[in-house]
Design a protein around this ligand. Structure first.
Ligand SMILES: NC(=O)c1ccc[n+]([C@@H]2O[C@H](COP(=O)([O-])OP(=O)(O)OC[C@H]3O[C@@H](n4cnc5c(N)ncnc54)[C@H](O)[C@@H]3O)[C@@H](O)[C@H]2O)c1
Length: 255
């Protein structure tokens, strides 16, 4: 049974074909929202859209790379055609290109900056126009505990710290238009992203998960639904006085 807290709202979620983005999209849709999913992974996007529709959820989507402004613009137009409006933007799309600084290539750096920072800029810049006109909106960015520093992630931690500054600045600029901007900073979440990290480190995923749980005060690793829950809090109409905040969802004070 759902309370339909987001009935008549439309949420635009990036990188939503799997992992945390998929869980966020599912949580909004289960609460009655229209959800528009964008991703660069065509087969996963199609599978997720089909899965949602089979569950009776109102889901549409488009293939789009967040780092490409033209593709973002086209996806936003498609979302408007499908649902007539956008109330909520979740900048979730992300990639990792981990390496120690001395082995990190310029391409590793640029790719991570383009997806997280330019991608969030592109989507926010396009969609704020709609929100400002409506005098209503919710933007939620995905940061990370890595923003506080993490070995092998000079690029990713810089981008995730950058997103915190981006969040606070947009909160200041857009607040007077009824648009709040906040960030969720997850700790260790069990997804394909952390699976790839375990592979790169040559550690079996099960062992990596057990180690993550042992380092976390609540004694477990996080699930995508743990992050979706925090995103929905920021997106609620009643959260209108919560603006420019970074909420660590990490089973403890940080990681
Ligand atoms: N998993 C964790 O432990 C963790 C921790 C902290 C923060 N995060 C952040 O949460 C977000 C989601 O992570 P996840 O674990 O679900 O990762 P994931 O790799 O499972 O999913 C990321 C999704 O983003 C899509 N994507 C990648 N580049 C894109 C682009 N240029 N345009 C559009 N879509 C693109 C991918 O295809 C994929 O579907 C990311 O921003 C990540 O940095 C994850």
């Amino acid at each position: 049974m759902s309370m339909e807290r987001f009935r008549d709202r439309t949420a635009f979620i990036t990188g939503a074909s799997r992992g945390i983005g998929k869980a966020i999209a599912k949580a909004f849709a289960t609460e009655g929202a229209n959800v528009f999913l964008i991703d660069i992974n065509e087969s996963a996007l199609t599978a997720t859209l089909n899965e949602f529709r089979e569950q009776g959820l109102k889901a549409e989507g488009a293939l789009a790379d967040v780092s490409d402004r033209k593709q973002v613009n086209a996806a936003v137009q498609q979302a408007l055609e499908a649902f007539g409006n956008i109330d909520i933007l979740v900048n979730n799309a992300g990639v990792i290109r981990d390496n120690l600084l001395f082995k990190m290539t310029e391409d590793d750096w640029d790719t991570v900056m383009n997806v997280h920072l330019k991608g969030s800029f592109n989507c926010s810049a396009e969609i704020q126009k709609i929100m400002v006109e409506n005098r209503y909106g919710r933007i939620i960015n995905l940061s990370s505990t890595s923003a506080l520093g993490n070995r092998g992630q000079a690029n990713y931690s810089t981008a995730k710290a950058g997103l915190q500054g981006f969040t606070k600045t947009l909160a200041i600029e857009l607040g007077k238009f009824g648009v709040t901007v906040n960030a969720v900073a997850p700790g260790f979440i069990e997804t394909d992203m952390t699976k790839a990290t375990a592979e790169r480190m040559g550690i079996p995923f099960e062992q990596f998960l057990q180690y993550g749980a042992s380092q976390t005060p609540v004694g477990r690793v996080g699930q995508p639904e743990d992050i979706a829950n925090a995103v929905l809090f920021f997106a609620m109409e009643e959260s209108s006085y919560v603006n420019g905040q970074v909420l660590y969802v990490a089973g403890g004070p940080k990681d």
